[in-house]
Write a protein that binds this ligand. Structure first.
Ligand code: ADP
Ligand code: MG
Length: 477
């Protein structure tokens, strides 16, 4: 389930830095984005390689910070997060990465027979849908849609370029893009895809502990030292700890006997192994050899953004700081968007601040509220786009809505959004067109950005790449 980086970079490969890597330990090899590095050897930890710079200096580098110039077979390797031209990725890597992300899509049910799919859909509403693996055509998918009490099964085929289609007319880069398209319009299907069938109620083991061990993400418990408790989350306590002389955050799973909880927890971890960016909280590994399970991530010394803003306030946090937070978060989101990954819980409480003040998006591994919605768990209503509340259609554009709310939180120094509106009333207000006023002292350009993020029609909202460009041109005051 987790990525096996050994397929990505082989010894002798020439790589280019995708991001600046300052290094933290003495054996690390610092480099800048664009620098050329040659891989000398793999290490026990599949995420780290020994490499040589052009000036001859050698040391350890994290593989996700570099990109191979050419793969051993001569095929170009995955394009960097910031590059706009899509390059071909070796298929083994694609299928592995896609498998993880597909599992995290609520509408993807994996191995499911035609009959099981019909059973899941039969009592649904028009436009209810799911995607399963095709039984007859190995490697293909089947899109199942309910309309007028009948389930249509559309075979999703691939062309030579690995693009997918249901009608041989319109092709999409991947299944996410295809589903997203038909969520907007029926375009020849029996119905627009309106409601996804939530798979979690019946979900069994989608994440296998052995996968973590095999892929090198497992950290032996004896290599971890717990220092002090720093927080408490949905899964349990969060501790400051130490791993290989580096400070780390340790998230513990409170009750291992609860299989569902450990599933969710491991799912978060498995998704985190595939996503890596300077503005995303970085996963270091999972510790599974003792109970409870630990998720180990980089330590963010200044805690959550919302606490940071509230505790320091206007006296300490400058306008430039606010703008830098917004820019950092947006960059992390541009990356998630480029990976077709929807966060669903973007909010200041889920942004963490590093020692140097950099903001990084956290909690991107899990769609917890949505997954457990039917069990009465709460959605972060004040942060969630109206169409997501109404129809359960989450997208990068619903993340953009949340980003607008997050901007409001930043510029109000951590206030709770819609201050005088209760959670019960907020959705109705918003549906009727109510939008928050600008926080005191908020620059006009930022408020415009918020209002654009809060367009009722998701297609009218900009994407993160565009907003990122806008943020770059805005001045702090
Ligand atoms: P939840 O599972 O509820 O989302 P969080 O991940 O938000 O839990 O963790 C709860 C709190 O623990 C955060 O608000 C923050 O204060 C602290 N925390 C979590 N992760 C880290 C980290 N990587 N570095 C520092 N503090 C953290
Ligand atoms: Mg959180």
């Amino acid at each position: 389930m987790a990525t096996n980086s050994k397929q990505l970079i082989l010894v002798g490969t020439e790589c280019v830095g995708r991001y600046n890597f300052p290094g933290s330990a003495s054996h690390d090899l610092p480099f800048k984005r664009g620098d050329t590095l040659t891989i000398i050897s793999a290490s026990k930890d599949p995420n780290w390689y020994k490499a040589r710079r052009t000036d001859g200096l050698e040391g350890m580098i994290p593989f996700n910070y570099v990109q191979a110039k050419k793969s051993p077979t001569g095929e170009p390797l995955p394009s960097s997060a910031t590059s706009s031209s899509p390059t071909k990725v070796p298929s083994a890597v694609v299928s592995q990465k896609t498998a993880v992300k597909l599992q995290s899509m609520p509408w993807f049910h994996g191995k499911l027979t035609r009959e099981e799919a019909e059973k899941l859909l039969e009592r649904g509403k028009n436009g209810q849908f799911l995607v399963r693996e095709s039984q007859n055509f190995k490697g293909d998918y089947t899109l199942c849609v309910l309309y007028e009490h009948k389930v249509e099964h559309y075979r999703v085929r691939r062309n030579k370029k690995n693009f997918v289609t249901v009608d041989d007319e319109e092709y999409f880069e991947n299944l996410f893009k295809l589903v997203e398209h038909y969520q907007h319009e029926a375009d020849g299907l029996c119905s627009r895809l309106k409601y996804s069938v939530d798979k979690t109620k019946d979900i069994e083991y989608v994440v296998n502990m052995q996968d973590f061990k095999d892929s090198g993400w497992a950290i032996p418990r004896r290599h971890l030292t717990k220092k002090s408790q720093i927080g408490k989350g949905e899964f349990g306590e969060v501790w400051l700890g130490e791993y290989k002389e580096i400070k780390v955050a340790i998230k513990m799973l409170k009750d291992l006997k609860d299989e569902k909880a450990s599933q969710k927890f491991l799912q978060e971890a498995s998704v985190m192994t595939t996503l890596r960016h300077n503005n995303l909280v970085c996963m270091i590994g999972v510790s599974l050899d003792e109970s409870p399970i630990y998720l180990v991530t980089e330590f963010m010394a200044k805690g959550s953004l919302v606490d940071y803003l509230r505790s320091r306030g206007r006296a300490v946090v400058t306008k430039q700081n606010l703008l830098d937070f917004a820019r950092d978060i947006c960059k992390g989101m541009v990356y998630l968007e480029s990976q077709n990954f929807v966060h669903r819980d973007l909010a200041a409480r889920n942004v963490l601040i590093a020692e140097d003040g950099a903001a990084k998006v956290a909690d991107f591994g899990l769609t917890r509220e949505v997954f457990s919605r039917s069990e009465g768990a709460k959605l972060p209503v004040k942060w969630t786009a109206p169409e997501a509340l109404r129809e359960n259609t989450f997208s990068n554009k619903s993340d953009m809505w949340s980003f607008g709310i997050l901007l409001w939180e930043i510029y109000s120094y951590g206030r709770v959004p819609y201050p005088r509106v209760t959670v019960e009333d907020v959705a109705q207000h918003v549906e009727r067109g109510y939008r928050m006023d600008a926080p005191d002292g908020c620059p006009e350009a930022i408020y415009t950005m918020m209002k654009e993020a809060w367009a009722s029609d998701p297609s009218k909202r900009h994407n993160f790449a565009r907003v990122n460009k806008q943020l770059e041109t805005i001045s702090a005051t």
